[in-house]
Design a protein around this ligand. Structure first.
Ligand SMILES: [Zn+2]
Ligand SMILES: [Zn+2]
Ligand SMILES: [Zn+2]
Length: 487
């Protein structure tokens, strides 16, 4: 009888890799880490060794060492021992030349140059007490919600704002809220009047020769299919500018002066296209790894829709896409609000009503000459996520006071764990901090925020809103909500 001798490892600690161990791609590693960070914000503070452990918990078969993990994250701008080496692109964000066009701004604010990294900002012309309304802003042109195109086409939602229409058929007719030429209806006379693109973009023959309707329908369908909201929105804005040839509505004057940067550049420095990634996440953008083919196709269809738009080259097109993305709020361009710079502890807050009017309020007392500051990201996010979102989407590293404070506090906490006074050999640092971080991850940043009774606008994701009555709602974040969250 032939005897076979086999050696098997019984000890867990020197367990060999599973047979089918694979070397993950950089992208896979980044996607995984970003998702871990998103799901457990406290893990942004742990060491590489622990992070590797977390990764391996998810992907047992991955062959990745601590060094390679660190190398991959550094290469993709997700880790740096010195944060100054993280790549940013705020210096590439451009203010278009204005010519001799004068801006029309509300009288109580001024646009002026800023010191430091920021190029310009909006300043108070007088004193505002806490809670005081500062100004109202309407979209440069209302971009109808792309996801409701079908409902709007078939007369099941307002053709401009996308809200459901509660009037009876009779009352729609009596009030002249129907189109007459197509199935479209509007929720109010205001929406009907404001829908300047309707007859040029929705009927079988466009009223103006610069728009090829067949091309536009293809473009619209393509954007919708690919959830390319910025392309669709820019298309609507571009069409509106053509329709507003004489500048009566001032659409070009409102859109033109806003900052711009190429989407290509933003994409290069984005963190991931996957869940956990932050680039344009507010507009639902999770696209393929290489968006180039999609951009090319979108551009081709754009040119088909607007045959006389020779001045829009592929690169200009991408700059407009980037421009829309860095300036939009809830899918609209608010021409005055768009000038306000960011701070993680803003002195203004806004609300958008169901007529899409943005109302700006002082969140704190603001003195004459003081800069108005809003937040571009959800202020409830932890410091690392906030700063990553800002870096990826707007290209700068936030050095606001709140970020500085938060970062110092996190460092101190980390130190406190590293040097515990009564520490048995068994409860090593890694174990302790793991326990603490998992405790903290359950409610990572709420306490930090709430203890001062600070109010923040909390964005409610659309899918929680049920029937999409409003495109975006903001609520005050105060102690009542904190109780609800803790429950
Ligand atoms: Zn409406
Ligand atoms: Zn119509
Ligand atoms: Zn900050």
């Amino acid at each position: 009888m032939h005897l076979q001798i086999q050696t098997s490892t019984l000890n867990d600690s020197c367990r060999s890799l599973p047979q089918d161990s694979i070397v993950p791609s950089d992208q896979q590693v980044c996607d995984c880490v970003l998702l871990i960070w998103r799901e457990e914000p406290a893990t942004e503070d742990i060491g590489m060794d622990q992070l590797l452990q977390k990764v391996k918990e998810r992907y047992l078969e991955w062959k990745v060492s601590q060094e390679s993990l660190q190398r991959i994250l550094s290469r993709h701008n997700l880790y740096a021992t010195d944060e100054g080496s993280l790549r940013v692109y705020s210096d590439k964000v451009r203010i278009p030349t204005q010519g001799d066009k004068k801006l029309t701004l509300p009288r109580n604010v001024t646009l002026a140059e800023c010191s430091g990294e920021k190029q310009r900002g909006l300043f108070a012309n007088g004193y505002f007490k806490q809670g005081e309304a500062i100004f109202d802003d309407m979209p440069a042109v209302v971009v109808p919600p792309m996801e409701k195109l079908l409902l709007m086409q078939t007369g099941k939602a307002c053709s401009l704002c996308g809200n459901s229409v509660n009037h009876t058929a009779h009352s729609i007719l009596m009030n002249g809220l129907d189109c007459g030429e197509c199935q479209a209806i509007w929720c109010s006379k205001n929406c009907k009047k404001g829908d300047i693109t309707h007859s040029s973009l929705k009927h079988t023959k466009s009223r103006i020769k610069q728009i090829n309707l067949n091309g536009w329908f293809k473009y619209e369908r393509f954007c919708k299919k690919n959830v390319f909201e910025a392309a669709y929105s820019f298309g609507v804005i571009y069409a509106s500018i053509l329709i507003d040839k004489n500048g009566k509505e001032g659409i070009l004057d409102k859109f033109q002066p806003l900052c711009e940067v190429s989407q290509r550049l933003r994409k290069q420095l984005s963190d991931s296209n996957n869940l956990g990634g932050t680039l344009d996440a507010s507009s639902g953008a999770i696209s393929s790894e290489d968006p180039e083919p999609m951009w090319q196709e979108a551009y081709k269809l754009f040119r088909l829709a607007f045959p006389e738009s020779e001045e829009v080259t592929m690169e200009t097109y991408l700059t407009y896409i980037g421009k829309f993305n860095i300036n939009q709020v809830a899918g609209q361009i608010y021409p005055t609000y768009a000038f306000i710079n960011h701070d993680c502890e803003p002195n203004v807050r806004y609300e958008i009503d169901d007529k899409l009017r943005l109302k700006l309020y002082a969140r704190k007392p603001i003195n004459k000459g003081e800069e108005l500051l809003t937040t571009y990201v959800n202020p409830l996010h932890g410091v690392n996520l906030r700063r990553r979102e800002l870096r990826v989407n707007w290209g700068f590293l936030c050095h606001c006071n709140r970020c500085k404070k938060d970062l110092t506090k996190r460092k101190e906490q980390l130190h406190a764990w590293i040097a515990p006074s009564h520490c048995s050999p068994a409860s090593s640092f890694s174990e302790q901090s793991r326990r603490k971080s998992s405790m903290r991850s359950a409610r990572p940043d709420l306490n930090e925020l709430l203890k001062n009774g600070q109010e923040f606008d909390l964005e409610i994701p659309e899918d929680l809103e049920g029937v999409h009555q409003k495109r975006r709602t903001s609520v005050r974040f105060d102690n009542k909500v904190s109780v609800a969250v803790e429950e």
